[in-house]
Design a protein around this ligand. Structure first.
Ligand code: MIC
Ligand code: SF4
Length: 640
C-alpha cells in the first residue's frame, strides 16, 4: 500500500477503498479558525451533543483578529466561551495561524485531522491524514460522525537530489503547481517520496503540503521519518512520533518526478497560483510592497531566512515590507535570538501572528502596484485592491526584492549561501491555548447581536422553473463567490447580512437580482468553487434562493458544501455550457424522481424549448441530503 492507502485503511469505517467510491473515515482531531468557526460551532450546537467526541478539537482565532468592530470581538468571545463549554481547546488571537500552531503543538503522525480551512493539509507534512472541509462536516466530526469522501487516487511525487542555494520548498511546490495547475490535484492525494525528501525538514515539508491545496488535491502527504522525529523532539513531544512509510512495492495512479538540482527560483504571476514562471523572467519589475508570512511560509525557518538576508541591509525606499510570523512561538524565538531586531533595523513592519494581508486584513496594495508575497493565493482582488498585481514567491526572493525594489532572483544578489537549520529545541509556551472548562455546565456562551441563527431550507420541490442569474468562466474561486477582506469578514456569523456581498466583486447587482427573481441558477465553467473551504460561499447563495449550480466541473470542498446546504451541483458538458445564457429560464420537470432513479437530470431551456441533460453524481447519502434541503435537516430527520 502507498501511505495514503495505509492511513485511509486505519480509519476506514465504511465503503471500499476503490478510487471514486464513497468512503467514511473516523476523525481523530479537528481544527477550526474564527472566520469559519462561528458557523461551525452554531452547527455543532444545532446537532445537540453535550461534548466533542474527538481525541482533540482546537478552535483558533487567526483570520479576523484586528477587532476593528464589536462584531469581530464578539465573535472571539463567542468562540472562547463555546469552546470552554463543549470540550474544545481555544487558541487566543495573537497565538498564531491555525496550521502553523497545529503543526507545532498537536499534529500527530498516523492520525486524521479534519479542519474547516482548505490549508489543513499543512499537517500532512507530519504523516497525518489532514483534510480541509466545510464547517458542517467538521461539526459532524466533533459530534463523533465519520467524514464522508470520495476515495481519492494517489499521485506519487518522486523528489530526487538536492536544491541549489536559495532554492526553497516554496519553489518545489510552485514547480508542482506549474506541472499540475489549479485543477490537476482534484480527487487525488499527492504523496511525496524519493531520496530527495530526506533532507527536507518538517517546516519545509509543510510549505509543500500546505500549497497542495492550490492544486485542488484532497490532501498531500510525507512519510513520518527521522525528520518528523527531529521536529517533534524539538517541540518537546517526541513521544508523539511513530514511523510511517509506504510499502516498498506501493503502487500509485500517477507519477511525477522532480529533480531538485534542476529547479530555479520560481514565482506565480497575477492572478492565479499556477501561473508559474522563473523569477528571472519577470526580474527587474518594480515592486512597491513585499509581505512575508501566511500559513505557507511563516515558520521560524522561513522568517529566519528572510531575517538573515535583511540583516545589515535597508529595504528600498519605495517598498513597504510587512512580516507576520506564523506563531507566537516563532515570534518569541526571533525576539530571543535577535532576528526580530534585524528585521526592524532593515525597515520591516512587524504585524501580528495571524493571516493578516493573506485574507485581505490590511496591507491592500496601492493602485496598480506590484506586491510580492510569500503567500499561497493571489486570486483577483483578494488583497483588497481591485485589479491587484500579486506575485507569490519564496521568502528568499521576497526579502532580496524588498532590498532591491525590483523582482530579483536571490542568486543575482546574494554572494554567500545562507543555511537555516531546524532548531534543536523550540520555545514551548502554550499559555495562550485555553483548555476546555472543567465545569462546562457553568459556562455561559456569550453571543453578540451580530451572531444570527443559521438559516435552513425546505426540501427540494418535485419540479420547478428558475432563472439563470449569472454565468461565469472557468476556475471561479470561493473568493469570487463570497469575498473576504476587512469589510466583509466581520459578517461571517450573520448570513442575511453577508449574503448582500455574494459575487459582489464580479457582479455588484447579483444579490439584488437573485432576491427579485426569488432565487435562481448560476452557471460555471471548470473547477467551480476552487480555493477556500468557506461554507458561506454555499450558505449565502442558498439564503438568496439559489437552487442549482451548473458547472463543467466542481472543486471538492465547495461541491460538498453546496450539497450540505441543499444546493444541487449539476455537471454539464462544454457544449451545453456554451448554449446556456444568463437570464434564460430553465425548467426541471422531474427533478426529484430523476435524482432518486437516474444518473441524469433533464431540463428545458424555456427560451428555445430544447431539452438537455446534466449529471448529478450523487451518492445514496448525498441524494437524501439534497432531497431534505441540506445536511442539518437530514440529521434532524435521522434522529426522529
Ligand atoms: C483562505 O485562505 O482562503 C481562507 C480564508 O483561509 C479560507 C477559509 C475562510 O474563508 O475562512 C480557506 O482556505 O478555507
Ligand atoms: Fe490564513 Fe492565508 Fe493560510 Fe488562509 S491561506 S489560513 S487566510 S494564512
Amino acid at each position: 500500500m502507498n501511505l495514503a492507502q495505509k492511513l485511509i485503511s486505519y480509519h476506514l469505517v465504511s465503503g471500499s477503498m476503490k478510487h471514486g467510491e464513497e468512503i467514511a473515515l473516523s476523525i481523530d482531531q479537528t481544527l477550526t479558525q474564527d472566520a469559519t468557526g462561528t458557523l461551525t460551532y452554531l452547527e455543532f450546537e444545532a446537532i445537540g451533543i453535550p461534548r466533542v467526541k474527538t481525541k482533540l478539537s482546537v478552535s483558533y482565532v487567526d483570520h479576523n483578529t484586528l477587532q476593528t468592530c464589536f462584531e469581530n470581538t464578539d465573535d472571539h468571545r463567542f468562540l472562547q466561551t463555546i469552546a470552554g463549554k463543549y470540550g474544545i481547546y481555544f487558541s487566543k488571537p495573537g497565538n498564531g495561524i491555525c496550521h502553523q500552531v497545529h503543526l507545532e503543538r498537536y499534529a500527530k503522525p498516523g492520525q486524521t485531522l479534519l479542519g474547516s480551512d482548505s490549508h489543513t493539509p499543512n499537517a500532512g507534512a507530519m504523516g497525518m491524514l489532514a483534510i480541509g472541509a466545510g464547517g458542517l462536516n467538521v461539526a459532524m466530526a466533533m459530534a463523533g460522525e465519520p467524514f464522508w469522501a470520495v476515495m481519492p487516487g494517489a499521485t506519487r511525487i518522486e523528489i530526487q537530489g538536492e536544491c541549489k542555494p536559495f532554492i526553497t520548498a516554496k519553489d518545489i511546490i510552485l514547480e508542482v503547481l506549474r506541472k499540475l495547475t489549479v485543477k490537476g490535484g482534484v480527487g487525488k492525494i499527492l504523496e511525496y517520496t524519493g531520496e530527495g525528501i530526506k533532507n527536507l525538514t518538517l517546516p519545509e515539508r509543510a510549505t509543500i503540503t500546505n500549497m497542495g491545496a492550490e492544486c485542488g488535491a484532497t490532501t498531500s502527504l510525507f512519510p513520518s521519518d527521522k525528520q518528523t522525529r527531529a521536529f517533534l523532539k524539538a517541540q518537546q513531544r517526541e513521544a508523539d512520533w511513530i514511523p510511517l512509510v509506504p510499502d516498498p512495492d506501493a503502487s500509485y495512479d500517477e507519477e511525477i518526478r522532480i529533480a531538485l538540482h534542476t529547479l530555479e527560483p520560481l514565482i506565480a504571476v497575477p492572478s492565479s497560483p499556477d501561473k508559474v514562471v522563473q523569477v528571472r523572467e519577470v526580474g527587474g519589475t518594480p515592486v512597491k510592497q513585499v509581505c512575508i508570512g501566511s500559513c505557507v511560509n511563516s515558520s521560524f525557518m522561513d522568517i529566519m531566512l528572510a531575517a538573515r538576508i535583511l540583516k545589515g541591509r535597508k529595504i528600498h525606499p519605495d517598498v513597504s515590507l510587512s512580516m507576520s510570523p506564523g506563531s507566537r512561538q516563532t515570534l518569541l524565538m526571533i525576539s530571543e535570538n535577535g532576528a526580530l531586531k534585524d528585521l526592524i533595523d532593515a525597515g520591516a513592519r512587524i504585524l501580528e501572528c495571524a493571516c493578516g494581508p493573506c485574507i485581505g486584513m490590511g496591507q491592500a496594495p496601492s493602485t496598480g502596484a506590484v506586491s510580492l508575497r510569500t503567500f499561497n493565493r493571489n486570486f483577483p482582488g483578494r488583497s483588497g485592491t481591485p485589479n491587484d498585481q500579486i506575485y507569490l514567491c519564496s521568502p528568499a526572493t521576497a526579502a532580496v526584492s524588498a532590498v532591491t525594489g525590483v523582482i530579483t532572483d536571490p542568486r543575482d544578489f546574494l554572494k554567500r549561501k545562507i543555511t537555516i537549520k531546524l532548531p534543536e529545541r523550540y520555545i514551548v509556551d502554550d499559555s495562550m491555548i485555553i483548555p476546555p472548562s472543567r465545569e462546562p455546565e457553568k459556562v455561559i456562551v456569550e453571543r453578540g447581536p451580530n451572531i444570527k441563527p443559521l438559516p435552513l431550507k425546505e426540501g427540494l420541490e418535485k419540479s420547478f422553473k428558475a432563472k439563470i442569474i449569472l454565468k461565469v468562466e472557468d476556475n471561479i474561486t470561493t473568493d469570487d463567490i463570497m469575498p473576504a477582506g476587512a469589510q466583509i469578514l466581520s459578517l461571517r456569523s450573520n448570513i442575511p447580512a453577508i449574503s448582500e456581498h455574494v459575487f459582489s466583486r464580479i457582479d455588484a447587482g447579483f444579490s439584488e437580482r437573485a432576491k427579485t427573481a426569488g432565487g435562481g441558477i448560476v452557471v460555471g465553467g471548470l473547477n467551480y468553487g476552487q480555493g477556500s473551504s468557506r461554507e458561506h460561499a454555499a450558505l449565502a447563495p442558498m439564503y438568496l434562493g439559489i437552487k442549482v449550480i451548473f458547472a463543467k466541473s466542481f472543486a471538492r470542498i465547495h461541491r460538498d458544501n453546496l450539497i450540505n446546504f441543499g444546493i444541487l451541483p449539476l455537471t454539464i458538458l462544454p457544449d451545453v455550457y456554451n448554449i446556456l445564457e444568463q437570464d434564460s429560464v430553465i425548467e426541471f420537470p422531474h427533478i426529484v424522481k430523476e435524482i432518486q432513479e437516474y444518473l441524469y437530470i433533464t431540463f428545458t431551456d424555456t427560451k428555445t424549448g430544447k431539452n438537455y441533460k446534466a449529471e448529478h453524481s450523487l451518492t445514496k447519502r448525498q441524494k437524501e441530503i439534497i432531497l431534505n434541503g441540506g445536511l442539518l435537516n437530514y440529521i434532524k430527520k435521522r434522529k426522529m
